[in-house]
Design a protein around this ligand. Structure first.
Ligand SMILES: Nc1ncnc2c1ncn2[C@@H]1O[C@H](COP(=O)(O)OP(=O)(O)OP(=O)(O)O)[C@@H](O)[C@H]1O
Length: 345
């Protein structure tokens, strides 16, 4: 049975859903209810032997790195793309069941995907959505601009940098179309990996993914701070094998993530260099919108502004702009025509 078929087979009444199937979080926007009805981590806990799903979302995330041998907690999406189709389908089925129970509706679905998802991945994705009435696929970059309140149908250039968990999408749009774009596999999860490596090298301390993420959110900064912040971090000493606590400062975390921050900045400059001159003028006027969880690293918008010499704005809801944009895309008839991938009658 196809990827989404079991998920959507029982839907019959009209419903429009935008789904942001993110590496870190899955969000579902219900157009009729005009709100986000689900926002949960993209994590699944399975029985190691039978592969039976035990928990999804928040509950499964709590189990990451803490499961007994018989249970594994997995992230079915990696680097912004689906790494395990079966588990992703099951996760989505359970999420939808959680919100709608066994409601007999057959939705039209807008799926938000990273800019550079391969045509094979796209095909596999929409081929398998057999239970949905219509399927649209929208690039996250385009959805993010829409969701940040920008009118992408106007004949003027707009630029967005969407830094998610597994992928960063940089795009310049005009007249509903993407004019220049780039997708990187360097994003906010890369900052976590950088922190794990830094702490291991400098302090011989082993920390887990969740601790690294917490450090990033609390101490992460894209510009060194004059008044340093310091927190205690617990992990396992690689030499003695015993638990150990060390003090980490915000400027050490800056040092740890600096190279990845600059990768994103340098790629942004490359996209700007490829942009037609007329649109660059618009971007100078309109500024750049940064969105996605990674854009929340302290001072990142300031550093981007300093490096590109263009005004940079943080989207109002950086963690939600993609799915909100996916929902808004249903209202744009011209855009819809270009996004439709499949219709089931
Ligand atoms: N305050 C914060 N500071 C830094 N990073 C943050 C903050 N809040 C969330 N993040 C990070 O943002 C990422 C999640 O962002 P987002 O939900 O936009 O990604 P996603 O859509 O799931 O991923 P992708 O678009 O790559 O599939 C996580 O790596 C998370 O750690």
């Amino acid at each position: 049975m196809g990827f989404f078929s079991r998920t959507f087979n029982f839907f019959r009444i009209k419903k429009s859903l935008a789904i942001d199937l993110g590496t870190a979080n899955t969000l579902i926007y219900d157009r009729q209810k005009k709100k986000i009805v689900l926002n949960e981590p993209s994590v699944v806990a399975q029985d190691r032997k039978t592969k039976k799903v035990i928990a999804v979302g928040k509950e499964a995330r709590e189990m990451l790195g803490k499961t007994p041998d018989s249970i594994i907690a997995v992230k079915p999406l990696k680097d912004g793309v689906i790494a395990d189709f079966d588990v992703t389908r099951e996760m989505l089925r359970l999420f939808l069941h959680k919100i709608y129970g066994r409601s007999p509706f057959k939705p039209e679905v807008m799926i938000c995907v990273p800019l550079e998802v391969t045509s094979v991945e796209k095909k596999a994705l929409f081929d398998s959505i057999t239970g949905a009435k219509k399927v649209y696929i929208i690039e996250e970059g385009r959805a993010a601009v829409l969701g940040s309140g920008v009118n992408i149908s106007a004949p003027e250039g707009n630029m967005v940098i969407d830094i998610g968990g597994g992928s960063t999408d940089i795009a310049i749009l005009s007249l509903d179309e993407i004019v220049v774009s780039k997708s990187l596999r360097i994003a906010s999860n890369t900052f976590d990996d950088d922190i794990i490596k830094y702490v291991k090298k400098k302090y011989s301390l082993l920390i887990g993914e969740r601790t690294a993420e917490k450090i990033k959110k609390e101490l992460g900064t894209a510009i060194p701070l004059e008044e340093e912040e310091i927190i205690d971090i617990k992990g396992r000493d690689l030499i003695t094998g015993l638990p150990k606590t060390v003090k980490l400062s915000s400027n050490e975390i800056y040092e740890a993530i600096r190279d990845s921050l600059y990768e994103i900045i340098n790629n942004t400059k490359e996209v700007l260099e490829k942009c037609p001159p007329e649109l660059v003028v618009d971007i100078l006027d309109n500024g750049i919108v940064m969105t996605g969880g990674g854009s929340l690293v302290r001072n990142f918008t300031n550093l981007m502004e300093e490096e590109t010499k263009i005004n940079v704005f943080l989207a109002e809801q950086p963690l939600e702009s993609v799915v909100l944009g996916g929902g808004l895309a249903f209202d744009n008839r011209n855009l819809l025509r270009t996004l439709q991938m499949k219709e089931n009658t």
